[in-house]
Ligand binder design. Structure first.
Ligand SMILES: CC(C)(COP(=O)(O)OP(=O)(O)OC[C@H]1O[C@@H](n2cnc3c(N)ncnc32)[C@H](O)[C@@H]1OP(=O)(O)O)[C@@H](O)C(=O)NCCC(=O)NCCS
Length: 154
């Protein structure tokens, strides 16, 4: 079953807002407002979507300044298909895309925010779990505005 799925998967660089939010929902992530999702997907520096039949079952995005800094985000494989090395294929394609552009004498930074207890998955690709050395922890904050107009950060 596992090997069979890999052979049937195709990879593309498009996904609809609806399919994007469906993938997010499959891993219990918040839904992104339609307009924001459209902008986010459109501004992707790199987007790779794993498709089975007509259905997106996994994805990865890179956002970047195009020069020095690359951020890997939206790494998702629908739980029904996890464990089939689809995530590996997606990350490999993203890293390949970045590495082929790094010329002799150049150094760039690739970063990401690992989900809870997913660090082991990324370590396989050479990512360091922060904090390490003089690198502190990654940091993030959510900012929301509710229907009454109140802004909260959490
Ligand atoms: C993380 C995720 C993308 C991995 O996708 P996947 O297709 O199931 O992963 P793969 O099948 O390619 O796994 C590759 C290897 O990593 C290992 N692995 C997977 N999840 C792991 C984890 N949490 N910790 C350690 N190792 C892990 C697998 O066992 C496999 O090992 P192997 O090469 O020795 O067989 C997927 O679990 C997922 O979408 N999770 C929910 C969303 C999420 O947390 N995304 C990450 C956000 S930063």
């Amino acid at each position: 079953m596992k090997g069979d799925i890999q052979k049937k998967i195709t990879y593309t660089d498009v996904i609809s807002v609806e399919a994007y939010n469906k993938l997010r929902k499959s891993v219990n992530w918040i839904t992104v407002a339609k307009n924001r999702a459209r902008i986010a997907l459109g501004n992707s520096f790199f987007l790779c979507v794993a498709v089975l039949g007509d259905t997106p079952i996994g994805m990865v995005r890179i956002i970047s300044d195009g020069g020095y800094s690359y951020f890997i985000t939206d790494v998702i494989v629908n739980p029904e298909y996890q464990g089939n090395h689809i995530g590996t294929e997606l990350i490999s394609k993203a890293l390949e895309f970045i590495k082929k552009d790094v010329l002799e004498g150049e150094t760039v930074m690739i970063s990401l925010m690992s989900a809870y207890q997913r660090e082991g998955f990324y370590k396989k690709f050479g990512f360091h779990q922060r904090p390490f050395g003089d690198h502190g922890s990654g940091m993030s904050v959510w900012v929301s505005r509710d229907e009454e107009g109140n802004v909260t950060s959490y």
